[in-house]
Write a protein that binds this ligand. Structure first.
Ligand SMILES: NCc1[nH]cc(CCC(=O)O)c1CC(=O)O
Length: 331
């Protein structure tokens, strides 16, 4: 009996694809992850590494120099010029509105969305020495961390900005510039650095940023051939959740200059695919950078079967926050 060896299952004809990527270890891991998935579907895939403005500016808080877009602009230029076909992003770093002509072709399954505590001084703020300094890179983490420290009665602990890629941040901790740092668990896990995590903050304690832990793939919208090649990589349940989260940021003008958090989970079994309905629960929090301690929170839920319904849920959460005093930030 002869058994024909079947070619790998492809959802679309085999393509020659180039992935535009930043050159940090995390960005390269993510690009290689997508490369491997596409190769497994029979495509030929190479990487085009590039340095973005966000990678070059290391001495200032990002919100002061241009925000999230800094990490994606150069990659978009490469897509526009046809030097690359897709760009892989940490969704958290992708601006809420893509420039005209670009599209989010696919959102992949989410890594751990939680924030992680890394420190040689124990497994949380409770065990820090008096007057300790904690480093973190986002206003969201600064505001939520200060709220947590206040609850713990640790007003002696200072929260300071921390910039740089993952390795740089860990080095600054190891050099003793900080007693502890807070960063995304997803990045640490992807780089095999999970052993450094001393504690994972549950979302109730430190609500993650919109899109944290999820990868998004951007293309030029007219490239339906690339979109078809990416379709098998999409994870519907994650996509709906992050659409809801990103709608909160979109409605409130969210950027990294706004301490905004949004995190959605499925109440029961997550939907397996488009059109399948399930209950999505969205938590959102907004802080006022000028009035530390002023934090408002909203929890909304709805049956969701489409990305539009997910976005509508996000808008409801944004309105609930606005009703409690949150303000729309104009970039
Ligand atoms: N802003 C930088 C950034 N963008 C994505 C991640 C981690 C991975 C992810 O959230 O998907 C990080 C590092 C961090 O926030 O500690």
């Amino acid at each position: 009996m002869t058994v024909a060896s079947a070619p790998p299952a492809t959802a679309s004809p085999a393509l020659d694809l180039t992935i535009a990527t930043r050159e940090s270890r995390l960005a390269l891991w993510q690009a290689e992850h997508v490369q491997a998935r596409l190769q497994a579907s029979g495509h030929r895939v190479r990487l085009l590494g590039m340095t973005t403005r966000g990678d070059q500016i290391l001495d200032r808080t990002l919100s002061k120099v241009g925000g999230k877009g800094l990490f994606v602009k150069e990659l978009e230029v490469a897509l526009e010029q046809g030097r690359a076909d897709l760009a892989v992003h940490s969704l958290k770093d992708v601006p809420m509105e893509l420039p005209p002509g670009f599209a989010l072709a696919c959102v992949m399954a989410r890594e751990d969305p939680r924030d992680a505590w890394v420190s040689p001084h124990g497994d949380g703020p409770e065990t820090l020495p008096a007057g300790a300094v904690v480093g973190t890179s986002s206003l969201r983490r600064q505001v939520l961390l200060r709220a947590l420290l206040r609850r713990l009665g640790r007003d002696d602990v200072r929260v300071e900005p921390l910039r740089g890629n993952l390795d740089t941040r860990l080095r600054k901790l190891d050099e003793g510039q900080y007693h502890a740092i807070v960063l995304a668990a997803a990045g640490l896990r992807r780089l095999g650095l999970q052993a450094r995590i001393r504690r994972l903050f549950e979302p109730e304690v430190m609500l993650p940023a919109a899109g944290q832990g999820a990868l998004g793939i951007e293309i030029v919208a007219v490239r339906t051939d690339v979109a078809a090649a990416l379709a098998p990589l999409a994870h519907w349940a994650t996509w709906c959740a992050v659409e809801a989260e990103r709608a909160v940021s979109r409605a409130l003008g969210g950027s990294c200059s706004v301490p905004l958090a949004a995190y959605a989970t499925w109440a029961g079994r997550a939907p397996g695919g488009a059109g399948e309905s399930a209950e999505l629960v969205l938590r959102a929090a907004w802080g006022d950078a000028e009035r530390p301690g002023a934090l408002c929170e909203a929890v909304v839920r709805a049956e969701v079967a489409t990305l539009e319904q997910a976005r509508a849920l996000g808008e409801r959460a944004a309105h609930a926050l606005l009703a409690q005093g949150a303000r729309v930030t104009v970039a």
